[in-house]
Design a protein. Sequence first.
Length: 142
Amino acid sequence: MRKILALILGAGLAANGLFMLGDPAAWYAAVPGVPMTGPLNPHFVRDIGCAYCVAGAALAALAFDARARAAALAGGAFLALHALVHLWDWASGREMLDHLIADLPAVFAPPALALWLAWPNSIVRKEKHHAEMVDPSARRGV
């Protein structure tokens, strides 16, 4: 299931990035709320499109090869930092609460999902194993 989600999320992010690279003006006009952030800067939209393409490719690669984990984590970090910029803009009064709420599915959900998908499962298993070694009742689910 994680592989399928990584592939779907990666493909979606890469498609968004390609749209940004291919037609910045159309992307700018198509995404709700973006025109409210200021005038179109096609170069800047393309720059961010590159980051979306890389993040998407890294997550899609993770679906096929666990060695892409570091790249997928870096892609997830970009997405998380992008979401934090939106949160900071809201906290500083540059963004309205309704716009922040509208950003939840497209700006805040992808980094959460990307980081969950890319997070090494072995770390989670080692922590669980350590808890079982320290507290035998953890093994029984007590």
